[in-house]
Design a protein around this ligand. Structure first.
Ligand code: HEC
Length: 104
């Protein structure tokens, strides 16, 4: 029981950074997005050959939570994309989300 409570507290603590993010910088996000183009496309519309979904115009908070889930690899796994996101900082992810969410 103690262990369970500890786990819940740890999970709660881990989830704080996702909610307490600094605002993203879309210009920096545009530069970082170059690494994503091969799969998600220049315009963020996805790439069927890579089975990469459309992400353009998605809510920034959803992009951030998706990338963090793939980074953690527990709730969602994405071995194809992992090498491209595993070294991104929280700020990088916020910048990417700011850029991608404003794509049409
Ligand atoms: C090697 C191909 C590849 C690269 C490079 C790649 N992705 Fe992905 N991405 C995928 C695939 C495939 C999925 C779908 C995985 C799944 O849901 O199982 C995905 C899913 C996503 C999702 C979740 C979409 C949703 O609706 O849930 C986001 C957000 C995302 N990618 C952002 C990025 C960003 C930002 C980059 C660049 C830093 C990037 N990806 C680079 C292949 C890639």
């Amino acid at each position: 029981m103690k262990y369970l409570l500890f786990s819940i507290a740890t999970l709660a603590a881990l989830s704080i950074p996702q909610n307490a993010l600094a605002a993203g910088d879309a210009a920096k996000g545009q530069t970082l997005y170059k690494a994503c183009i091969q799969c998600h496309g220049e315009d963020g519309r996805g790439n069927p050959t890579e089975e990469a979904p459309r992400i353009a115009g998605q809510y920034d908070w959803y992009i951030i939570s998706s990338i963090n889930q793939f980074k953690a690899g527990v709730e969602r796994k994405n071995p194809k994309m992992l090498p491209y996101i595993q070294n991104l900082s929280d700020q990088d992810i916020a910048d990417l989300a700011a850029y991608i969410s404003q794509m049409k």
